[in-house]
Design a protein. Structure first.
Length: 219
């Protein structure tokens, strides 16, 4: 499980994807992400066929780190794992889902934005939390404030992340990586604009590099 977290940290940005037509779009999308230097995907279960999308993306690009997002039930965890998902992301903190993932030894990153959420995560021994929705829940200033009483957590802000504010979030030492959909919007996917998705991924990689370099200089 530490290996998955390390891979996500190295990449720095996790595309959050809703695929309405997996048969048509999963393979070229996976290829576009990998070509852009962002070989990771959080495929949300908000759309039917999320399991199929994960399976097809992994078949097209075996090196892709594929996860399942917006997971809200144990049955979705089962479906995600059967499809080849390597991590689970939930919109909120659900003890049942956390326990189920830990039983199956698959990393879970639950949505947490309050001290109560953080306390619950602490009891389960979690190390990485999704901060969602990030911008609407107080953004980076709240993440920093929450890290004072809970320094043991690394955070993945998701929700309202853009190419413009990505660097600001990643400049914070407690931020492991950011989740975002700006490079994989439904508009881009439906139009089959794979080259533009690759370009946005490449631009994101440059922001990640710059933010990381800035963090190292400040140490």
């Amino acid at each position: 499980m530490k290996e998955i977290t390390a891979q996500i940290a190295k990449i720095g940005i996790v595309p959050v994807i809703k695929l309405n037509n997996p048969h048509r779009d999963a393979a070229p999308l996976a290829q576009a992400l990998c070509a852009g230097g962002v070989p990771v995907a959080e495929v949300t279960f908000r759309a039917p066929g999320a399991g199929q999308a994960i399976r097809l993306m992994k078949e097209a690009c075996p090196e892709l780190l594929a996860g399942a997002g917006t997971v809200t039930s144990p049955s979705q965890i089962d479906a995600a794992m059967e499809a080849g998902a390597q991590f689970i992301v939930t919109p909120g903190f659900d003890p049942e889902l956390v326990a189920e993932c830990q039983k199956n030894r698959i990393p879970i990153f639950p949505g947490c934005t309050t001290p109560t959420d953080y306390h619950a995560a602490l009891k389960f021994g979690l190390k990485v939390l999704k901060f969602f929705p990030a911008q609407q829940s107080g953004g980076l200033s709240k993440i920093i404030a929450m890290s004072a009483p809970f320094p043991q957590f690394q955070i993945m802000p998701t929700g309202g992340i853009t190419l413009e504010n990505l660097g600001e979030y990643l400049s914070c030492p407690v931020v492991l990586a950011c989740g975002g959909s700006y490079m994989v919007s439904e508009t881009l996917i439906e139009a089959g604009r794979w080259e533009e998705i690759t370009r946005l991924c490449q631009a994101s990689v440059e922001v990640v590099k710059a933010a990381r370099a800035g963090r190292e200089e400040s140490l």
